[in-house]
Every structure is written in C-alpha cells, then in structure tokens.
Ligand binder design. Sequence first.
Ligand SMILES: Cc1cc2nc3c(=O)[nH]c(=O)nc-3n(C[C@H](O)[C@H](O)[C@H](O)COP(=O)(O)OP(=O)(O)OC[C@H]3O[C@@H](n4cnc5c(N)ncnc54)[C@H](O)[C@@H]3O)c2cc1C
Length: 403
Amino acid sequence: MTEKVNVVVVGAGQAGLATSYHLTQAGVDHVVLEAGRVAETWRSRRWDSFCLVTPNWSVQLPGATYSGAEPDGFMPRDELVDYIQRWADGFKAPVKEGCAVTSLDQDGGGFTLRTDMGDIDARTVVVATGGYQRAHLPRGASEMPAGLTQLLAEEYRNPAAVPEGAVLIVGSGQTGCQLAEELHESGRRVILACGRCIWAPRRMGGHDLVWWLTETGFADRTLADLPSPAARLLGNPQASGHGGGHDLHYRTLKELGVELVGRFEGVDDSKVHFGEFDAAVAGGDALAAVLKKWIDALCEKRGLAIPWELPPPMHLDARRELDLDREGVGVVIWTTGFRPAYDWVHSPVFDDMGFPVQTDGRSAVSGLYFMGVHFQRKSRSATLYGVQEDAQLVAEHIIENRK
Ligand SMILES: Cc1cc2nc3c(=O)[nH]c(=O)nc-3n(C[C@H](O)[C@H](O)[C@H](O)COP(=O)(O)OP(=O)(O)OC[C@H]3O[C@@H](n4cnc5c(N)ncnc54)[C@H](O)[C@@H]3O)c2cc1C
C-alpha cells in the first residue's frame, strides 16, 4: 500500500526540523522522515568530546533561540542533541524515525519516495539530508598500505579508541585541528597534513569570532560573491570551542608541539608525500587576510579599533615525506571535508559538483525543495545561526503554493 502525504520533509536535523517548525506553525499537514533519530548526525557522526565551534548564543533555531545561562559557552555534543530533541518534542514535530528514504522520483504532478517502511506519494518534498553528507577523500588516499587502520573524522571517537602508534591526520580544517589537539594532549604523537585553511583569533576586540562573521556580513556572502563555485568547499575559520573556546590554528598547534607538514600528495608503498608546508600556511593566511578586510571595513564604519593584525609569514622546515612503517604510524585519520550525496534524488536539478541548483531552496522542479545546503542562500545557510531564515522562506513558498 502506498501512503499518501501532502508534504514530506526528508531528514530531522536542524534544517528539516526548522522547516517542520514553520509548517507546523502554519498548520500544514506534513511528515518528517528520518533514517536514524532526531539530530542523528550530531549523535553518531561527532566524536565524544565534540562541542560546538560556534557560541551558544549563535544557536538561533526557530522557536528555540538559545536563552540559557551560558550564551558565550560552547555546548557539548550530548547537550546539543538534548536541546534539539526538546525543541522537536516541544512543537510536536511529526517525525517518523528509522525511516530511510532510498529513492525519490517524480511521479505525475508529485513524487514517490521509496522508504524502508514502504512507498509514500507526496505533492511536495523538502530534501534536508545534511549540508555535509559524504566524507571526501583526496586523490591517492586509496593507495594507503593495506592493513593500516584508517578512520574518517566521523568514525573517530576518542584517543583511547585509536590503535597504538603515531597518528597521521590528513586535513586541517576545524575538525582536523581539534583532533590533532586532543590526540596530542592525550600523549599521542601527531603529524597533521595541512591545506589552505582560513583562520582567525577566537576573540577579537571583546567579541567572539562568530560575532565578527555575522556583523561584518562575511556570513551573508552568497555563492555569487565567491571567486568560483568550488570556493564553497573551503572550510570555516580554524578555531575551537573546547575549554570555553580558544585559538586553534597552525601557529598554536606548532606551539603545542604537533608536527605540521604540507598538503597530502599521495603515497607509494609506505611513504606518504606532502607538499610544501609554507605554501599551505601562506594560502591560509591569504584567506585570513580576506576576512580581515571585512573586519577592518566594519571597524571603519563603526569607529572601532582594528582588533587584529595578521602575524608575519610562518616558516617551517617541514618534511615532505613520511615513512609510515619506520615512524610507527598506527592510524590515518581523514578530515578532508565533504561532498554532496543526492544520488537517490532522481531529478535533473544538480550542478556539476553535485549541489542542488535552487533559489531560496526551490529547485526547477515544482514541489521539490532543498534545505541545509551549504551556501543555499548564504555562507551561513548550513549553520545553527543561518538555518532559520532559509526554513521560513521554504515554508512560506510551500504555503503560498498550496493556495
Ligand atoms: C564536524 C562539524 C561540526 C560542525 N559544527 C558546527 C557548529 O559548531 N556550529 C554550527 O552552526 N554549525 C556546525 N556545523 C554545521 C551544521 O550545523 C551541521 O552540519 C548540521 O548537522 C547541519 O544540519 P542539517 O539538518 O542540515 O543536517 P544533518 O544534521 O546532517 O541532518 C540531516 C538528517 O537527515 C538524515 N538523512 C540523511 N539521509 C536520509 C535519507 N535518505 N532518508 C532519511 N533521512 C536521511 C540524517 O540521518 C540526519 O539526521 C558543523 C558541521 C560539521 C560537519
């Protein structure tokens, strides 16, 4: 028997739930299909000590803006999961958990969703299956020696669960830096392969980094503001929310004693090759300089003191080759970003990088919407402080279309 539903939202993370919140407020009959449980990605794809990189005040979910005692704190994983669960329970989000959608096809004027609980026909579908879907591995990653333990960032739990030996972390965005710091502090020898990553101080001029990202408009940049569509794959500024929040970038990691090397370039036998470290750090500094321009412009406009000067270029005599056997490397952790994974959505609405082509969440196929896409409308779209306005627009359009 095929179930018939008016509106289906796929995914009960913040993007799907924010859409559901607005639909619920407007009395629109809908169901949210979730493969796991509410907030599944935060539950099962984050490490044990994970905490937000953005401060609690930036949790601005519709109907659930953070109003707790620690606005400047950084919620640990389990607290965030409870927060999202309470929010969903609070507005009675109609979530069907344990219901993975395996395909979505256009069917006449509507859609058929194949799920592991049976087929569903819907007039309108909102795909909200995550901004960071499939872990991306760099070219050459598959040549790693057989038998060497390899983990994706989402599989890492804690230092004790990592096999013995030195740890090579490939990828130096927020996650790679945080895992490097945690493993180093647990007494492990860590080698971090570094790319071109934007960074900034955690606090500047008495404000958190995220305050500057939002106040300057940096978080409101659209895809059209970027030098190329591929630029949306660059990460968010390196920083950490651990221990109340602190700076965490190449210069702080070097101070700590983490070994930094250049970009992963490939492996032959047990030898891993890296690019020049100085090129990676210079690339990151160039991205930081772009952010600084936004900060300086805001300061000029508001008559504020410039809160941050870029340090002199960083130079390291970093090695270009690592013999995994000789150096006793027991595990490689890949923290090299994500790519979209919408292969189950059978509609020609994706660009050549696999991102949905949409305007304010609406695709070219009538009734097919997306939520939580990185740079859906703005740089902040796939964050806890950006999802609200996107969800409202998608819900408004669905409601308008029903009339
Ligand atoms: C490591 C990391 C740290 C981050 N830290 C922060 C931070 O500190 N602050 C911040 O603002 N943002 C942060 N983000 C960005 C963003 O807030 C998260 O990625 C967030 O999870 C995105 O929410 P979402 O609802 O779009 O996707 P998700 O939370 O991934 O939710 C998607 C849901 O869809 C379900 N699903 C997927 N496929 C199907 C299917 N076929 N059928 C049914 N269900 C399906 C999944 O199980 C999941 O529950 C971080 C991202 C990453 C990767």
